[in-house]
Design a protein around this ligand. Structure first.
Ligand SMILES: Nc1ncnc2c1ncn2[C@@H]1O[C@H](COP(=O)(O)OP(=O)(O)O)[C@@H](O)[C@H]1O
Ligand SMILES: [Mg+2]
Length: 345
């Protein structure tokens, strides 16, 4: 019988999951066994920690590997669209439904449906999903006919789902259905030993033909190790892509990576009180609050890569209130978006 390590290596190779750090191996060690089961899986972890990649590993290791893996990004679709995307609709089910359409559940038949940002589902869609999980049945929008669904569901979230259950915005019964198995992926700052292996992987993956001899300057290596990576592996990949495209020679230097330096991070430390003579308690308190708010917002937007809805959820604020605060401090969420493509040279 294959050892656990061998099976884990297979899983890693299949999904190109790079990493050897104990926290990471510990997180993914059950993937081969989880894959064999038909039960749902909930993958948790900060943004960019590799949740979608882990979901793919589960699919490709499962008996369903020959059928489709269908990802659904629940957060990027408006409420009503999400339901019609998932369940499909009959002709005339709503104003724009001119033709009948199959949903993603039908596309994922015999395969795996990956529900990313599952916390963004409306309560109505949650009820319908629960139905699919419990009875393997669903109904397209505007249809009276029930259909069978043979799918396996893997869900992912970076929201504190248990807290959302307590707050009543996520159904407890669905939560327990989803997390028969749970996999928690550690943030990159808790697996810094993997930074260099990941860097080598991303250099190979992204280097244009003819530029395969790329190297990192010693300071650039140090900077990669020292940084905290709030955007995790995705942010690291973006930095490497920038490095590849901005370096003029085969040596990638710190400045090419475009990551905040350790000095800048240190400047972000909260202000300390040097003297109380300068101004009143009230004025000083106000200043401290403003400093805190500005820094908190910067950090929050950085961690959520400029996604205001996601940031609001994580901070426990209404989206509108967070928007007002950002305006007050003239912070533009767009500046925190990671580039999909390398910066133009
Ligand atoms: N362990 C890993 N090895 C190789 N690439 C990884 C790893 N983890 C994440 N990535 C890459 O980082 C990016 C973000 O991963 P993704 O699975 O989309 O994260 P999440 O779904 O948690 O936001 C993707 O390009 C993915 O291929
Ligand atoms: Mg993702």
């Amino acid at each position: 019988m294959e050892s656990l390590i061998e099976r884990l290596r297979d899983a890693q190779a299949l999904a190109k999951l790079v990493g050897d750090a104990p926290t990471f191996l510990n997180a993914i060690r059950h993937l081969p066994d989880v894959a064999k089961s038909e039960a749902s899986v909930l993958i948790t972890g900060e943004t960019g920690t590799g949740k979608e990649l882990a979901a793919r590993a589960i699919h490709y290791l499962s008996p369903r590997a020959g059928s489709p893996f269908v990802p659904v990004h629940c957060g990027s679709l408006p409420d009503t669209l999400l339901e019609s995307e998932l369940f499909g609709h009959e002709r005339g089910a709503f104003t724009d439904a001119r033709t009948q359409r199959h949903g993603l559940i039908v596309q994922a038949e015999k395969g795996t449906l990956f529900l990313d940002e599952v916390e963004a589902m409306t309560l109505k869609a949650q009820v319908a999903l629960l139905r699919v999980l419990q009875d393997k049945r669903f109904r397209a929008l505007g249809s009276s006919r029930e259909q069978q669904a043979d799918i396996r569901v893997v869900a992912a979230t970076n929201a504190p789902l248990e807290q959302l259950v307590q707050a009543g915005t996520f159904r407890a019964d669905l939560y327990y259905r989803l997390c028969v198995f749970s996999v928690h992926l550690p943030p990159l700052r808790e697996r810094k030993g993997d930074i260099m292996a990941l860097t080598t992987h991303f250099l190979k993956k992204n280097a244009p033909a003819g530029r395969t001899a790329l190297q990192l300057a010693p300071e650039a290596r140090e900077a990669l190790q020292a940084y905290d990576w709030p955007g995790n592996v995705r942010e690291l990949e973006s930095a490497i892509i920038r490095g590849i495209h901005l370096s003029r020679t085969s040596l990638i230097e710190v400045k090419d990576l475009g990551i905040p330096s350790a000095i800048e991070s240190r400047q972000n430390l909260p202000v300390t009180i040097v003297s109380t003579e300068e101004c009143s308690f009230k004025v000083m308190k106000q200043r401290m609050i403003e400093t805190f708010e500005r820094e908190y917002l910067h950090r929050l937007m950085h961690e959520h890569q400029g996604n205001v809805s996601q940031a609001a959820l994580a901070a426990g604020k209404e989206r509108r209130d967070l928007g007002k605060l950002l305006k007050k401090y003239q912070i533009d969420p767009n500046q925190f978006r990671l580039p999909d493509k390398p910066y133009p040279i």
